[in-house]
Design a protein around this ligand. Structure first.
Ligand code: HEM
Length: 439
């Protein structure tokens, strides 16, 4: 068979573009509607990954196909076609091309506006073409859905036309695109994909039901027992911290005397953000509510200490689905573990050899999901005069940790294929020096 098109027939390359795109687009349409309705899970994220990768492939194929069409002209429509058939088929072809461009473009832009990863089979990430914008994300999501419906209509008309020409008119419209040889394997593959997905869904459903049944039985067994009281709403005491590392934490008594200056956090000018990865692409989140007691004297680091409490339910991850998931029992479990705590119990100045000498290390304990781990937080600290006799301090620090050390991500989320283990915490605190009050 010829590679290029001629006056009568489509060549191998044009046929390849046509049937590969058709197969992928039909699979993407069914996969799209299926995955969008799933509960948030690693399986859903995996499907999003494949959907996006194949969607980007469609965009590449469309560009190449245009190029090939210019290089190797398509054969003329058959003379046997009525005029109205030629007009309708031209309109449908334009709609198909528009759909093939609009679908991947809206998907890519939607991911970019939502600050979600759009990877091409893990080989490279599509560039972020727009900055994060919630309203634009919602709009593009609607465009993606509406374009999908329009594409279904166009594909339907296109297929009906081809079938009419083949079965009723008995002309070469379908055969010159190689449709007669490709249609059976294509139909089989197309049936296999939804069948596989449905099968996986049914199996997952059955496993879930079995799991729920087991849980119900356990609940029934425990129904008459006292509920476990493991609600953590207080930070671990200094005695417990001592147990966590073997170091001797500072005694609390001297901090109410005013001997060590008390710094009051300005929440509107402070933040606690984090960076994690989904399919190896970074996404940023933050905790909107936190408070702290900071007793800090750069000339008395021995006696300085800080206690920061973070309201875990105030987590924002840039996606409503992800926020709900993050608060759930497999992640932070906010109904049990309402807060996380950072308790700095010793500070050291880092001698950087520079005149500013604004680099410090805080050694302390981080408690998340009820688990306390000793951590070291390097940070910079700069002081500014705030007029009158008051002073402001700006602290910036970054902490790297592994989510699994704290048990964040249980069950299927323990796998780090979808959400990575490493998490970077970025802390920026602006605080004003105040007179310490005794309780
Ligand atoms: C020809 C290519 C594509 C087709 C035919 C297609 C089709 C679809 C369909 C039918 C849906 C379901 C819409 C709904 O539930 O309302 C969907 C959802 C989605 N698509 Fe695509 N898509 C394509 C390309 C892309 C690309 C390139 C991306 C991203 C890079 C993408 C990202 C998404 C996302 C994130 C969703 C889920 C939206 C949600 O959760 O509501 N799609 N797609």
């Amino acid at each position: 068979m010829k590679i290029k098109n001629d006056d009568k027939d489509f060549g191998l390359i044009a046929r390849g573009f046509h049937w590969t795109s058709a197969l992928i687009v039909l699979a993407l349409l069914s996969l799209g509607f299926y995955m969008a309705g799933l509960e948030y899970s690693p399986f859903k994220l995996q499907l999003y990954f494949w959907h996006k990768s194949f969607g980007i492939l469609v965009l590449m194929l469309v560009v190449l196909r245009f190029g090939w069409r210019i290089y190797s002209e398509a054969p003329e429509p058959l003379n046997s076609h009525e005029k109205w058939e030629k007009v309708l088929s031209n309109i449908v072809h334009v709609l198909l091309y528009l759909g093939l461009i609009l679908m991947p473009l809206s998907g890519w832009l939607m991911s970019s506006a939502g600050d979600f990863p759009a990877s091409f089979f893990g080989l490279f990430d599509m560039p972020d073409v727009v900055s994060k914008d919630e309203a634009l994300f919602t709009f593009l999501r609607k465009v993606h859905t509406l374009a999908a419906y329009a594409l279904i209509v166009a594909v339907g008309l296109h297929a009906l036309g081809a079938i009419k020409h083949h079965l009723i008119d008995k002309d070469e419209t379908l055969t010159r695109m190689g449709g007669h040889t490709i249609i059976i394997p294509a139909a089989l593959i197309l049936l296999a994909i939804p069948a596989y997905l449905a099968g996986k869904h049914i199996v997952a459903d059955l496993l879930l039901k079995e799991h729920e049944h087991e849980e119900e039985q356990v609940e029934e067994q425990h129904a008459h027992e006292e509920p476990e009281a493991i609600i953590i709403i207080k930070p671990p005491s200094d005695d417990l911290l001592q147990g966590a590392s073997g170091n001797t934490p500072q005694s609390v008594s001297k901090y109410n005397s005013g001997e060590i200056p008390y710094w009051s956090i300005v929440p509107s000018e402070s933040h606690i953000k984090f960076e994690a990865t989904q399919y190896a692409e970074a996404f940023e989140g933050r905790f909107e509510e936190f408070s702290g007691d900071i007793y800090f004297d750069p000339n008395n680091l021995e006696q300085s200490r800080a206690d920061i409490t973070i309201d875990i339910a105030s987590i924002k991850t840039g996606s409503d689905d992800r926020d709900v998931q993050a608060k759930g029992s497999e992640w932070f479990d906010t109904t049990k573990f309402t807060s996380a705590f950072f308790q700095a119990r010793s500070f050291e100045r880092v001698d950087s050899g520079k005149a500013e000498a604004n680099r410090f290390i805080a050694k302390g304990y981080l408690t998340i999901r009820g688990k306390t781990i000793p951590v070291t937080l390097p940070f910079t600290l700069d002081f500014e005069s705030a007029g009158d006799d008051s002073e402001m301090a700006v602290m910036e620090g970054t902490l790297s940790l592994n989510r699994l050390d704290f048990g964040i991500g249980q069950g299927e989320w323990k796998s780090t294929d979808t959400i990575g283990n490493a998490v970077k915490i970025m802390i920026s605190v602006r605080a004003g020096k105040a007179i310490a009050t005794s309780e």
